[in-house]
Design a protein around this ligand. Structure first.
Ligand SMILES: [Zn+2]
Length: 204
């Protein structure tokens, strides 16, 4: 287990209520999430809802929020260059490796070294519930090692590998490992919920 915890502040009863309703954070920067791999560098507050699935910034006081229900919200923090990212990664995002691409973008834009980054992955669809009809046809080949019996897919393990491949040290990666579908308290698209959970990071 990593020594730090990005996710822990969300586990209190009050904060948990907050993140379940993103309208409670009116200053949050959000996106029209399109399950792609566009990463927006936030230099100022966008005037319209940008179409993207990840944000990076080095500006203080801007909550970068992705909204999820079964998809992974991935938060990245660089304590050295004081920059951060939030990423929406559902199965399409996993297939595009948006996590690896965001880490690469932080390296390009802010000069981040992956060895310095802290990464946290929110509660999301677990291998227990991520059932596909034909995962070998629906997912690219590099995802196939993560197909489990009965056509389930382990996206937690896939994202972990994408982080490690990008150079994140294992002890700087925090995976919530809570399934949003079968554990109580999280909105789940597969359970028919229309609510979304807000996952955000703010530089202070
Ligand atoms: Zn589950």
């Amino acid at each position: 287990m990593p020594e730090f915890s990005i996710l822990k502040p969300f586990s209190g009863e009050v904060n948990h209520g907050l993140v379940l309703d993103s309208s409670e954070i009116p200053d949050a920067i959000m996106a029209d999430q399109i399950h792609g791999d566009t990463i927006l560098e936030v230099n100022q507050r966008p005037e319209t809802l940008p179409q993207c699935d990840a944000f990076i910034t080095n500006l203080k006081g801007l909550p970068l929020m992705v909204r999820v229900a079964d998809c992974q919200g991935v938060l990245i923090y660089d304590p050295i260059t004081r920059s951060a990212a939030s990423v929406h990664s559902g199965w399409r995002g996993s297939a595009l490796n948006i996590i690896g691409k965001t880490i690469e973008k932080m390296t390009e834009v802010y000069g981040s070294s992956p060895a310095d980054l802290l990464v946290a992955i929110s509660p999301s669809l677990g291998p227990c519930c991520a059932k596909f009809s034909e995962p070998k046809n629906e997912l690219p080949e590099f995802c196939h090692p993560f197909i489990r019996p009965n056509n389930h897919v382990d996206f937690w393990a896939l994202s972990t590998k994408q982080c490690l491949d990008a150079g994140i040290p294992e002890n700087q990666l925090e995976l919530a490992a809570e399934c949003s579908k079968c554990r109580p308290g999280y909105p789940s698209h597969r359970n028919g919920d229309s609510k979304r959970m807000g996952v955000f990071v703010t530089l202070l």
